[in-house]
Design a protein around this ligand. Structure first.
Ligand code: ZN
Length: 218
């Protein structure tokens, strides 16, 4: 792991501030920072945010008997396997779903990085280590459910655009799917904080963002 350039006391204060950050703020940040995102009008942004969150809420109601993500994934016919990856893009994910082979891979390298980061900075009271894998697996379970649900909002072409000012076309947004998955994992694990914080941990631990930009400013 890299030599950290942040002050631990400041880190704890920042993480504590993140605990109070509303879901909407995290999701808006995700939308605005997505690669290839087309700029959204305010009302479009609001519609994508609430549409994605509602989709997650409906699926969470439908599967609320599943307290453990492994049980849900097994019921959906998905196998789970650990693997290791390099600690760089595009491998900075906790888990990933491969629809073609009905498999969810858990990324041991990132999971251990997170566990180490949390314990050495005493952040377990905010973000318990036991939550990490459950959040990652419920997140992927949402993507499996999306795959199994034709026409689901988070995979739809929800934006109306014009080409050459005349031709209409519709496009979707990958971040709608991500917001849905994150929100679903939060509800299913009954977490009080946003799972988005783990991606900030990864980026900070790898020195890819400074502590000053840890809390999204949207
Ligand atoms: Zn995802």
């Amino acid at each position: 792991m890299m030599e950290e350039e942040y002050d631990r006391e400041r880190l704890r204060n920042t993480v504590q501030a993140c605990m109070a950050n509303e879901d909407m703020k995290w999701y808006r940040f995700l939308l605005r920072n997505a690669i290839c995102a087309c700029p959204l009008r305010d009302e479009e942004e609001q519609a994508v945010l609430s549409g994605s969150m509602q989709t997650a809420e409906e699926l969470a109601r439908q599967f609320d008997g599943f307290t453990e993500p492994q049980l849900l994934l097994r019921k959906l016919g998905i196998n789970m396997v650990y693997r290791s990856e390099e600690l760089r893009e595009p491998y900075l994910y906790m888990a990933i779903y491969e629809p073609a082979i009905q498999m969810v891979y858990l990324n041991n390298s990132i999971l251990s990085l997170l566990r180490e980061f949390i314990s050495k900075n005493n952040l377990g009271i905010f973000t318990p280590i036991k939550d990490i894998e459950r959040l990652a697996l419920f997140h992927e379970a949402f993507h499996v459910l999306e795959e199994n649900t034709p026409g689901i909002y988070t995979r739809s072409r929800m934006l109306q655009r014009k080409f050459l000012g005349v031709y209409h076309y519709e496009r979707g947004l990958d971040s709608a799917s991500e917001i849905g998955a994150i929100h679903f994992s939060k509800i299913m694990t009954q977490s009080t904080y946003s799972p988005c914080i783990y991606s900030r941990y990864v980026l900070l631990a790898l020195g890819l963002i400074p502590l000053d930009s840890f809390l999204p400013n949207v």
